[in-house]
Design a protein around this ligand. Structure first.
Ligand code: AHM
Ligand code: MG
Length: 277
């Protein structure tokens, strides 16, 4: 089962944390399949995770945000889609960043997702892993320890609204404003991993990255960012939709496809549904 990936995630977390300390945050001349300019550290983290995953005999294929094509082979059962280093644009500001993983049985498709995980590189190194259960690990005094992680409450207090505001639709702006009017507080770092981890740890809220006039299909990619977090949020008792549909019911046409996305507690997601009807 996907639990077999946990030791590899722990190994990657420690190696990438060292990489982040040692590697300058300069851009390369290359871009990835989504057209984002790559940092040296994006490429190094990608190679490191690729090597660790392909060392596992039960892995039959991988694809990443930094690779234009998947790598497939005849042995193994599980496919892994990953974002080796999410939040490249905030690394130079020394904010927390993360790595995101989705584990699939048979095909890179939402209904084949059997587990998901993220690593967060912050003042502490942590992993959140979801399969049939949800587990949080913290690296403390040289070893990985399980840490408490509560289920999301029905309603939270955090509002994390992504996307350039001048490109939001009027109805999206109304939705976001209505949460602030209700007393929600703004928490948005520009890193999906710390922003969604924050909501999870504080018990609820809303993270949104909507369709905008300059990005009609949103920014965040289904395989590398959206499906894994949708899986984790559902396991935590929350919900995740594209405005109307459950994210984990969306089809996928290409590896790097993006979608508008909303993750949160059930009450906030119900509000999103009503406003996007
Ligand atoms: P990246 O994969 O190039 O780092 O981009 C993804 C990041 C997410 O972590 C974050 O939620 C989003 O981009 C922030 O975008 P914006 O700067 O438009 O708010
Ligand atoms: Mg990313």
């Amino acid at each position: 089962m996907s639990e077999s990936f946990i030791p590899t995630l722990q190994k990657c977390a420690l190696q990438i944390q060292e990489l982040l300390k040692a590697t300058p945050t300069h851009y390369l001349d290359s871009t990835n399949a989504s057209g984002d300019q790559q940092l040296g550290v994006d490429v190094k983290a990608d190679c490191l995770i690729e090597k660790e995953l392909l060392d596992l005999e039960f892995v039959c294929g991988i694809c990443s945000e930094e690779k234009s094509e998947a790598i497939l082979r005849d042995q193994g059962t599980f496919l892994v889609a990953y974002d080796p280093l999410d939040g490249s644009s905030i690394i130079d500001a020394n904010l927390s960043v993360g790595s995101i993983f989705g584990f699939y049985a048979g095909a890179f498709a939402a209904d084949k997702l059997i587990g998901a995980a993220y690593i967060i590189y912050g003042p502490r190194l942590e992993i959140v892993f979801a399969s049939t259960t949800l587990i949080r690990y913290t690296y403390h005094r040289g070893k990985w320890e399980q840490a408490p992680l509560s289920m999301l409450q029905k309603k939270g207090k955090i509002n994390a609204p992504g996307g350039t505001q001048k490109h939001w639709s009027p109805s999206h702006k109304k939705l976001i404003d209505s949460l602030f009017d209700e007393g929600y507080r703004l928490r948005y770092s520009g890193g999906m991993v710390p922003d969604l981890h924050h909501i999870l740890i504080k018990g609820g809220g809303l993270f949104s990255y909507p369709q905008t006039s300059d990005s009609p299909k949103g920014k965040l990619r289904k395989l590398f960012e959206v499906f894994p977090f949708a899986f984790i949020y559902e396991k935590a008792g929350g919900a995740a939709i594209d405005g109307k549909r459950r994210l984990l019911e969306l089809e996928i046409q290409s590896l790097h496809e993006s979608t508008p996305c909303f993750f949160g507690s059930v009450s906030e997601i119900q509000k999103v549904k009503e406003s996007y009807e």
